[in-house]
Design a protein around this ligand. Structure first.
Ligand code: HEC
Length: 692
C-alpha cells in the first residue's frame, strides 16, 4: 500500500514540475521544479515549503535523523527574539531560509543555519487597518511559491514578496475594505495560483468567499462564494442556487457568514481544492435562518475544481450550525485501506468533537467518531452522513444547555498531524464546555454570537491532551493529558516522533507509536504554533515558534497554574539540531499581575456592570475573560490608565498604541469609556482583595 502511495506522489510531482516549466521561461527552472516537487508526498523532506509541508498537509516530515533513539541528543542550535505580538504561526523553510509572519503580519526571512535575519517586510497594518484590527486572532503563517513569499494581512491584503530581497512584488485587496473581514490564514498554492480566504463571520456582516489569483501577477483567476447572496440579484452559479433552497427568511441581510479562514487544501491527484468552511453569521440559526434549513455551504468540506473554481461536491459537517462548529480546522489528504479497499480520503478533526474520514472522490462520509467529550449529538449516521443531535442541542426551549465542545472547539486551528508510518492522526485536543441559551434574543436586539454564553461551574474539566487516533478503526491509541484548555500544533516525523509545544512553555517529543515522552525543552513561554522540520548540509533541523496568540488570548489559563504574559515572556523562533549546544538567556521570574494602588476608587456596581458588558463585546478577545489577560495583550488590572479619563481616551479613543496592536475604538462614547474604566478598577480592587 505504501509503495503505491509513494508512486502516486512521484507521478504527481512530475506533473507539477511540468506545469511549472510550461508556465515560466525563467532560468534555473529545473532547480525550481525540484523545489516545487517538495510539495509532493514522497519528496525528500529537505524543504518545508507550505502549510503542513506538502499539498496533503499532513504536517509529517519523512526525515528520520532525529528519531526515537537519537532525540536525547537534540539541543538548541539557535534562537531568535521576535518581539511582542502574536507569535503562533507556522514558518516555512525553503533552500536554507526560514520565512515567517508574526504580530501584525510582519514577515521575516532568516538564515536557517545561523538564525541571522536576512530581511524583514512590514506591511504596516496599524497604519491602514480600521476595525479589522480588532479581530486579533493573529496570522497563522506565510506561503512560498516560485521564489516569492506570500502573506495575507489583517486588513485583507494578499502580498507577494520577493524571497531574495524582501521587496513587495504585488499586492491585492482581497476583502472589502472597512467590512471587518480580515485574513489570518496562510496562503496556499497550486499550478501557478495562490488561493486565500478570509475571516469575519463571528462578528461582522459578512459573506465568505475564497479567491484564487495568478501567483506571478496577482490577477484574479476565480472566486467562489460560500453562501448564497440576495436572490433578487441573481445567483453566481448553480451551486448558489441550490444552496439558497436551504436558507429561509432574509439571510443575505447579514451576509450569512461561512468565511473560509483557515483550511484550504489542494488535492493534486483529483485536481480539486478542498475548502473547510466557516460558521454562520450570526452563530444562532434561529436568527440567521428562522425557518431552519441546512444553510449550505456553512461548516462543510467543499471541493472546487482547481482550474475553474467550480463546485464539485460538498460534505456538510454541521447542517444548520448554531454553535460555531466551523469546519475550517485543517484537512489532511491520504489513501487508507478500509474494508480491504484503498480509499482516497480527507481526514478532518473539526471543532464539533468528531473525527471524520471522508471519501475525497465524491464527498461521501466513510466514518466519524468522537475523539472528545460531546454533548450535542449522539453519533453521526453513516447512512445519511448527518449528525444525530440530542433534542436540547439547539437551546431553543427556553432552557440552558451545556454544550461540549465549546465554540473554542475540541480541536481548534492548531495543526493536527498524520503519520503515514504509524497510520495515526495526532490531535491537539481541548476539553471545554459552554452553556448556551437564547432567552430574550430577537432579531432586534441580538449582538454578535446571537446567544447567551456562560461557563460551566467546573473549570477543572478545562484540560487538553495530545491524542493519537487510528482513523481506520476510529479508535484512540494513546493520549497524553495536559493542564489548561489549549495546546500547541503537532509535527509527526518518520523518526517515530511527534513534536508538540504546550502553553506551559514545554516543547516535547513523544514516541509516535506509544506516546512516551522522550525529550523536553523549557521554552520559557507558551507554545501554540506547529513545529516544522527540514534538512540542510545533511543535518535535520526542527524549528518552532514560541509565543501566545490567536483565540488563546480570550481566556486565561491561570486557574490551571499557567500564566502567560507577552510582555515578560519572550516570543522566539527556536531551532534544534542533534548536538545543539546553544542556551536561552535566563528565564524571567514567573509572571504575577500586580494590581495598581487606587486610593480614589469608589465602587459603583451598576456602572461596573455596564462596563463589563462593553468590555465583553469589544476588549475581551485580547484582554481576556473577566479582564484576566491570557498572554499577548496586557492585564488591565495592572494598568494605571483606567484611573485617568484622558490617558485612557488617548489609547482607547485616539489609538495611541495602534502601532503595537491596540486598536482604536473611536465610536465608544465618553460614558462608555467611563463604564469600562469603572469595571477595570473594580477588577483591580478584586485582585487587591485577593478575589480572582
Ligand atoms: C486586538 C486586540 C485588542 C483589543 C480588541 C483591545 N486591546 Fe487593548 N491592548 C492591546 C495590546 C496588544 C495592548 C498593548 C500595546 C502595547 O503594549 O504597546 C493593549 C493595551 C491597552 C491599554 C494600555 C495598557 C497599559 O497600561 O499600557 C489599555 C488601557 C487598553 N488596551 C484598553 C483596551 C480597551 C478598553 C479595549 C476595548 C474597548 C481594548 N483595549 C481592546 C490589544 C487589544
Amino acid at each position: 500500500m505504501r509503495k503505491a502511495f509513494i508512486a502516486i506522489g512521484l507521478l504527481a510531482s512530475v506533473v507539477a514540475g511540468g506545469q511549472f516549466a510550461a508556465s515560466s521561461a525563467a532560468p534555473g527552472k529545473s532547480a525550481m521544479a525540484a523545489m516545487l516537487a517538495q510539495f509532493e508526498n514522497g519528496s525528500s523532506g529537505d524543504d518545508w515549503p507550505g502549510t503542513g509541508r506538502t499539498y496533503s498537509e499532513q504536517h509529517f516530515s519523512p526525515l528520520a535523523q532525529i528519531n526515537d533513539r537519537t532525540v536525547g541528543r537534540l539541543g538548541l542550535a539557535w534562537s531568535m527574539d521576535l518581539g511582542m505580538g502574536n507569535a503562533a504561526s507556522q514558518p516555512v523553510s525553503v533552500g536554507g531560509v526560514i520565512y515567517m509572519a508574526t504580530g501584525m503580519s510582519l514577515v521575516r526571512a532568516v538564515d536557517a543555519r545561523t538564525g541571522r535575519l536576512l530581511w524583514s517586510y512590514d506591511p504596516e497594518v496599524g497604519a491602514v487597518a480600521g476595525k479589522e484590527m480588532r479581530q486579533q486572532w493573529g496570522t497563522r503563517g506565510v506561503g512560498w511559491w516560485n521564489g516569492k513569499v506570500y502573506v495575507g494581512t489583517i486588513d485583507g491584503r494578499l502580498i507577494a514578496i520577493d524571497a531574495k530581497t524582501g521587496k513587495p512584488v504585488w499586492s491585492v485587496q482581497t476583502t472589502e475594505k472597512g467590512s471587518g473581514q480580515f485574513i489570518t490564514g496562510a496562503p496556499r498554492f497550486f499550478k501557478g495560483k495562490v488561493v486565500i480566504g478570509q475571516g469575519g463571520s463571528d462578528s461582522t456582516l459578512n459573506r465568505g468567499y475564497v479567491t484564487a489569483y495568478d501567483a506571478e501577477t496577482g490577477k484574479q483567476a476565480w472566486r467562489f462564494y460560500i453562501v448564497p447572496g440576495d436572490p433578487a440579484k441573481g445567483f453566481e452559479n448553480k451551486a448558489m442556487e441550490a444552496a439558497a433552497k436551504t436558507w429561509t427568511d432574509q439571510w443575505w441581510r447579514w451576509g450569512g457568514g461561512g468565511s473560509p479562514w483557515n483550511a484550504i487544501t489542494y488535492d493534486a491527484e483529483l485536481n480539486q481544492v478542498l475548502i473547510g468552511t466557516g460558521n454562520g453569521y450570526p452563530w444562532n440559526r434561529h436568527l440567521r435562518s428562522p425557518g431552519g434549513g441546512d444553510n449550505l455551504y456553512l461548516c462543510s468540506i467543499l471541493a472546487l475544481d482547481a482550474d475553474t473554481g467550480e463546485y464539485k461536491w460538498h460534505y456538510q459537517i454541521n447542517p444548520g450550525d448554531s454553535w460555531d462548529f466551523n469546519a475550517a480546522m485543517g484537512n489532511m489528504l491520504t489513501d487508507l485501506k478500509i474494508d480491504g479497499q484503498l480509499r482516497k480520503v480527507v481526514i478532518t478533526a473539526p471543532k464539533n468533537g468528531f473525527l471524520y474520514v471522508i471519501d475525497r472522490t465524491n464527498g461521501k462520509l466513510i466514518s466519524a467518531e468522537k475523539y472528545a467529550r460531546v454533548t450535542w449529538a449522539t453519533h453521526i449516521d453513516t447512512e445519511t452522513g448527518r449528525p444525530v443531535e440530542v433534542p436540547e442541542a439547539r437551546f431553543d426551549n427556553g432552557k440552558d444547555f451545556e454544550i461540549w465542545p465549546s465554540p473554542r472547539g475540541a480541536h481548534s486551528w492548531n495543526p493536527v498531524a498524520y503519520s503515514p508510518r504509524t497510520g495515526l492522526v495526532y490531535i491537539p485536543k481541548i476539553e471545554h464546555g459552554v452553556i448556551f441559551n437564547d432567552r430574550g434574543i430577537t432579531m432586534d436586539n441580538w449582538r454578535p454570537f446571537g446567544a447567551n454564553l456562560s461557563f460551566p461551574k467546573d473549570p477543572i474539566d478545562n484540560t487538553s491532551a495530545l491524542v493519537a487516533w487510528d482513523p481506520v478503526r476510529q479508535k484512540k491509541v494513546w493520549e497524553v493529558p495536559f493542564n489548561g484548555g489549549w495546546t500547541g500544533g503537532v509535527l509527526a516525523t518518520a523518526g517515530n516522533l511527534v513534536f508538540q509545544g504546550h502553553i506551559d512553555g514545554r516543547f516535547a517529543a513523544y514516541a509516535a507509536d506509544s506516546g512516551k515522552e522522550l525529550w523536553r525543552f523549557a521554552a520559557q513561554a507558551g507554545i501554540l504554533a506547529a513545529p516544522i522540520s527540514y534538512r540542510l548540509d545533511g543535518k535535520q533541523y526542527v524549528s518552532v515558534m514560541v509565543g501566545v496568540g490567536g483565540s488563546a488570548a480570550t481566556e486565561s489559563t491561570s486557574h490551571a497554574g499557567i500564566v502567560m504574559d507577552g510582555r515578560t515572556q519572550k516570543n522566539r523562533l527556536l531551532t534544534f539540531v542533534l548536538g545543539g549546544k546553544a542556551k536561552l538567556p535566563a528565564a524571567p521570574a514567573p509572571f504575577v499581575v500586580r494590581p495598581v494602588d487606587d486610593p480614589d476608587y469608589k465602587p459603583d456596581p451598576a456602572l461596573a456592570a455596564k462596563g463589563e458588558a462593553i468590555f465583553g463585546g469589544n476588549c475581551l478577545s485580547c484582554h481576556g475573560l473577566e479582564a484576566i489577560a491570557a498572554g499577548w495583550a496586557p492585564d488591565l488590572r495592572g494598568s494605571l490608565l483606567p484611573q485617568s479619563a484622558e490617558a485612557f481616551a488617548s489609547v482607547v479613543r485616539d489609538g495611541g498604541l495602534v502601532a503595537t496592536g491596540m486598536p482604536k475604538f473611536d465610536e465608544l462614547s465618553e460614558s462608555d469609556r467611563d463604564a469600562i474604566r469603572q469595571y477595570l478598577r473594580s477588577r483591580a480592587a478584586d485582585l487587591r482583595a485577593g478575589r480572582h
